[in-house]
Design a protein around this ligand. Structure first.
Ligand code: SF4
Length: 158
């Protein structure tokens, strides 16, 4: 089988106070069950109460983070363009820019690069293929998501 173009690694470093990947009106952050548990604990709430306060469901019932009504941007992106729950942020956020849709072709990667100044930045580090693959898997788990709490146990929600 042909190795993916990114298998020998890709250069990237998240840029301080950039926030470009979060600052997108209408952007959707799918939640994994582990995200809900971790963030609810950080907020001192039960998972049910946190979901009721900070999440909504998509048309097919998956939980996603709420966006601000004023501009459609994630509720956690603060005025300094920083994530106010950075240390416990959803794994889909953590997995950016290593989403399957971004890595699918060199062309889609170029489009991602146009939006993300961290890709091949001067201070970028080589992120190896195995690490990229782990992030892609985390993104897939999040996109699969969950529709009930507690979630139905499956390969994706363990
Ligand atoms: S939770 Fe944090 S990292 Fe994720 S989109 Fe919102 S501001 Fe960005």
């Amino acid at each position: 089988m042909k190795r993916p173009w990114w298998s020998s690694g890709v250069r990237f470093a998240c840029q301080a106070s950039c926030g470009r990947c979060c600052d997108e009106p209408g952007g959707i952050v799918y939640l994994a069950a582990a995200d809900a548990e971790r963030i609810a604990e950080h907020e001192g709430l039960t998972v049910q109460d946190w979901l009721a306060r900070d999440a909504r469901t998509t048309h097919d019932g998956r939980y996603v983070l709420k966006s601000r009504e004023s501009d459609g941007v994630c509720i956690h992106l603060n005025a300094k363009k920083q994530c106010d729950i950075y240390n416990v942020r959803p794994q889909q956020c953590k997995a950016f820019p290593w989403w399957s849709e971004n890595l699918a072709t060199q062309r889609s990667w170029q489009e991602t690069k146009d939006r993300c100044p961290g890709i091949e930045a001067e201070d970028a580090l080589l992120i190896d293929g195995a690490t990229v693959r782990l992030h892609m898997f985390a993104d897939r788990v999040s996109t699969k998501g969950f529709r009930t709490w507690p979630p139905k146990r499956s390969f994706w929600n363990r």
